[in-house]
Design a protein around this ligand. Structure first.
Ligand SMILES: [Zn+2]
Length: 472
């Protein structure tokens, strides 16, 4: 039984989709006006792992994400760069998708652009107007009247009265009925602004309406999970609830709201003025993808995470520990004698079984990846001891490898390609001759050969079952 922490109820809720084993999940996508940074990586890696986990435990998941390809920031940045907002958004969308692919984020079923759903957006605003939730300010736009929706604030735990900080540029107008009212359709203000035809005149959509227009098109009036970063709870997600529940009269719009904790850098919020922005591209120049995925998985998805460069030393050593374990399992060729095998297999099979049940139980408890990883390391420690004593059969080793391969399909923290890469015969020969010198006690010569091996990009470690070679 899966339980997840739900912002709407403020507790861990038992997860039950609307329709059998089908899950419809929507996650707020990027506003494409700049390169994606580590904060984006955290958010999208969390949901990538979570969706892959749901699929592995038998759910049929449709994972939808929008791409905000039109907003004030895009218009402003396009103006600065002397290009059209459309061209700027397309270029950064391409960049974002490229970097997501490098991060191994391939679980999204559909990316939906805001500007491809203008028809659906207009239809929603028309229905809101008809039901009396929307009003027009002449020369400005169409606004949502939050005082008309009695449940406004139920997600964020606020009331309509203290909603004043919901104002972003597009939502600003001195003529609004309530300070927290937000824009649904902005009438064209400047010649260079992109705009579309509508019953209210040329204009463009507000921010919140694109999400509900897109989710209604793909999922209908209600669906299972909505995810996003914590800072989107208010006003963005609150506004989505107000819009869709007013239109459909059905509640709740979403049953489970998952909000991912912030990522700070050296204790501070990433910001342009502090110059502490870490772009994903820059991170990947220094570390491989699986290190970032491990760093994210080692923290609870909804907790804040602080990134410091030195934390990657710990991450590197942890990932190498797993990879070395897999390498040892793969090299485990010696079948044990029949008696030892029977005696040991029963004991070890119990250990493997316990590891599996404990590991998956932690994931089922609010997708607690740090606790699941702790169980994994404990298991590795125990199995390494068996490997040291050569008390692990090839069959058991294969079984464990298979379990880890499946786990890795969710997390992407183990570089199996690196592990499986064949060691060149030249390196193997050098390692063999080093072993001969070592056995003779000629440490000087053995060290000299180790140095040669390292120069060629490999390292050799002495384990109780013989030398183990791996790429550095
Ligand atoms: Zn959104």
């Amino acid at each position: 039984m899966l339980k997840i922490f739900n912002t709407l109820t403020n507790k861990k809720d038992r997860f039950k989709p609307l329709k059998d084993k089908k899950v419809q999940i929507f996650v707020c996508g990027p506003t494409v006006y700049d390169y994606s940074h580590l904060g984006h990586a955290k958010n999208y890696i969390v949901f990538d792992c979570f969706v892959k986990y749901l699929r592995q435990i038998g759910y049929k998941v449709f994972y939808l994400q929008n791409i905000t390809d039109l907003d004030d920031k895009i218009i402003a940045r396009a103006k600065e760069n002397g290009v059209s907002p459309k061209a700027l958004a397309l270029a950064f969308e391409k960049e974002h998708l490229k970097v997501m692919k490098i991060l191994g984020i391939d679980s999204v079923s559909k990316y939906a652009r805001a500007t491809s759903h203008i028809k659906e957006i207009i239809s929603q605003i028309k229905r809101l107007e008809k039901k009396g939730f929307a009003y027009k300010i002449n020369g400005d736009g169409i606004y949502y009247d939050i005082s008309k929706f009695k449940n406004y604030g139920k997600l964020a735990g606020r009331t309509a009265l203290d909603a004043e900080d919901s104002v972003s540029r597009v939502d600003y107008s001195k003529d609004k009925r309530n300070r927290g009212d937000f824009c649904l359709w902005k009438l064209k203000q400047h010649e260079l602004e992109p705009s579309w035809k509508s019953p209210w005149g040329q204009g463009r959509p507000g921010w919140h309406i694109e999400d509900t227009a897109i989710t209604e098109k793909f999922f209908g009036a209600q669906y299972d999970i909505h995810g996003g970063a914590r800072d989107l709870i208010f006003p963005h997600h609150e506004a989505e609830i107000a819009q869709m529940e007013s239109i459909s009269g059905k509640s709740p719009l979403v049953r489970y709201w998952m909000h991912v904790g912030f990522l700070t850098v050296s204790g501070q919020k990433m910001s342009k003025s502090l110059g502490n922005f870490i772009l994903i591209n820059d991170f990947l120049k220094r570390h491989p993808t699986n290190y970032l995925r491990f760093f994210i998985a080692k923290n609870l998805w909804r907790s804040p995470v602080d990134y410091i460069e030195s934390a990657m030393i710990e991450v590197k050593s942890a990932v190498e520990k797993i990879e070395e374990f897999i390498r040892r399992l793969k090299n485990q060729k010696v079948p044990l004698s029949r008696t030892a095998k029977i005696k040991n297999t029963n004991q070890n099979l119990k250990l493997i079984k316990k590891f599996q049940s404990d590991f998956w139980a932690k994931l089922a408890d609010d997708f607690n990846t740090p606790k699941a990883l702790a169980i994994m390391f404990d298991f590795i420690k125990k199995e390494n001891k068996l490997l040291d004593k050569n008390r692990l059969s090839k069959k058991e080793a294969n079984k464990i490898c298979f379990i880890f391969e499946n786990i890795n399909k969710i997390f992407g923290i183990i570089d199996f390609k690196k592990i499986n890469a064949a060691i060149p015969p030249k390196i193997k020969n050098l390692a063999n001759s080093r072993e001969k010198f070592r056995k003779k006690g000629d440490w000087l010569k053995a060290d000299e050969i180790r140095g040669q091996i390292e120069k060629m990009g490999y390292t050799v470690e002495d384990t109780p079952t013989g030398p183990s070679i791996r790429p550095i």
